[in-house]
Design a protein around this ligand. Structure first.
Ligand code: NAD
Ligand code: MG
Length: 383
């Protein structure tokens, strides 16, 4: 029985992770879990999965949650400290991090430091502090990606040496605006941007997919996970069936295919390096008929290059890119800025940043905070 801690249980990845646990009650149990503020769903999950420790991030929801769980045998905490306690619970061996944004960094670091393996969906943690996280992990724990592309790369690698990789071919759907002209993209609405063609996900990553910042963040994530010197090419594949590929030095290409269903990479991360039988819908290639590919349009989707520049600059720049993106995406969702200003906000914030080295979690948090304030200033001035 693998004892798990789940961070972000009420989100899109959290709900899918619980479904994998639900289907395999003899293999997995959730000993601890956290959520942000959706206490109704959280209370239902607690009643079903019976963890011994839980935490709700939003402290104004604590009393309501306690009321909903009256009579349940569970310890209830709150705030970041509560999240960290859940991530380091003594009964567990694996933490699933499904929190959104750089808020996932501190609990992930705490989990690694206390010797827990980390199944990570929360790509922002690797974007803002990849070096720090991996340095800490290398000594003692496994980091297993849940992001479908990175799970695909791990599966295609299949234990071979990273030196044998010629390049990684990172696929992306292109999002809802793949076929829009640059002019048409200027006036897209929040509703249009939230309408992803293939995946149903949380709001932040759905907007990241619409700007293709998601592919930029994943490019950084892949560099940390599979080697900074590894060549990574991005290719648009609108059907989201090939989840990524590796071309090896002998030009042979290994790809991982499957339906766009996050439960597949989640189940793999929970059982890695093993696999378990899953009764999810199978891919029907004859029905699919064709898989197509195209170059990404870097002019229409400037966020990809911004992310690549941030990693090339290094130091605090990726943390600044990420924080500015989080602020800009929220402002777009709040209808405070138009779609095209997401990239502009990030660009200006990066331009105004004076980089410094990262030696600790605090260094990242200072840069993150600076970038949030800087991005907000720009949003207020421009609108
Ligand atoms: P979501 O918004 O649906 O869920 C986020 C979860 O985190 C919720 O449970 C929320 O309550 C919790 N949360 C938010 N802020 C928190 C905080 N400060 N402290 C504690 N908990 C907090 O997001 P999602 O779509 O499930 O994505 C989660 C992560 O997984 C993101 O980093 C995303 O990029 C990544 N990811 C998601 C998918 C997907 O299919 N949804 C695919 C690949 C990667
Ligand atoms: Mg992905």
């Amino acid at each position: 029985m693998k004892m798990i801690s789940l961070l972000g249980s009420t989100g899109s990845i959290g709900v899918n992770a619980l479904d994998v646990v639900r289907r395999n009650p003899d293999r997995f149990a959730v000993a601890a879990m956290t959520a942000g503020s959706n206490v109704e769903l959280f209370a239902q999950q607690v009643k079903e999965f019976k963890p011994s420790l839980i935490s709700v991030f939003n402290s104004s929801k604590l009393e309501e949650l306690k009321e909903l769980l009256k009579g349940e045998d569970v310890e209830i905490l709150t705030g970041e400290e509560g999240t960290v306690n859940v991530a380091t619970h003594s009964d567990i061996s694996l933490v699933v991090s499904a929190i959104v944004g750089s808020a996932g960094l501190a609990p992930s670091m705490a989990a690694i430091k206390s010797g827990k393996d980390l199944a990570i969906a929360n790509k922002e943690t690797l974007v803002v502090a990849g070096e720090l996280v991996l340095r800490e992990a290398k000594r003692k724990v496994n980091i297993i990606p849940i992001d479908s592309e990175h799970s695909a790369i791990l599966q295609a690698l299949n234990g071979e040496k990273e030196e044998r990789i010629k390049k990684i071919i990172l696929t992306g759907s292109g999002g809802p605006f793949r076929t829009f002209t640059k002019e048409k993209m200027e006036n897209v609405t929040v509703k249009e941007a939230l309408n992803h063609p293939n995946w149903s996900m949380g709001a932040k990553i759905t907007i990241d997919s619409a700007t293709m910042m998601n592919k930029g963040l994943e490019w950084i994530e892949a560099k940390w996970l599979f080697g900074l010197d590894t060549c990574i090419e991005i290719i648009v594949h609108p059907q989201s069936i090939i989840h990524s590929m590796i071309e090896f030095v002998d030009t042979s290409i290994m790809a991982q295919l499957g339906m766009p269903d996050m439960r597949v990479p989640i189940a793999y991360a929970l059982t890695y390096p093993d696999r378990i039988e899953c009764d999810f819908p199978s891919l029907d290639l004859a029905e699919m008929k064709q898989l197509t590919f195209e170059e990404p349009d870097y002019e229409k989707f400037p966020c990809i290059k911004l992310a690549q520049e941030a990693l090339e600059t290094g130091q605090t720049m990726p943390a600044v890119l990420n924080a500015a993106n989080e602020v800009a995406v929220q402002a777009f969702l709040d209808e405070a800025i138009p779609f095209k200003d997401i990239a502009e906000t990030i660009r200006t914030t990066m331009h105004n940043h004076k980089c410094h080295a990262i030696d600790s979690l605090e260094d990242v948090q200072i840069a993150d905070q600076w970038a949030r304030e800087e991005a907000k200033k720009r949003i207020t001035v421009a609108h």
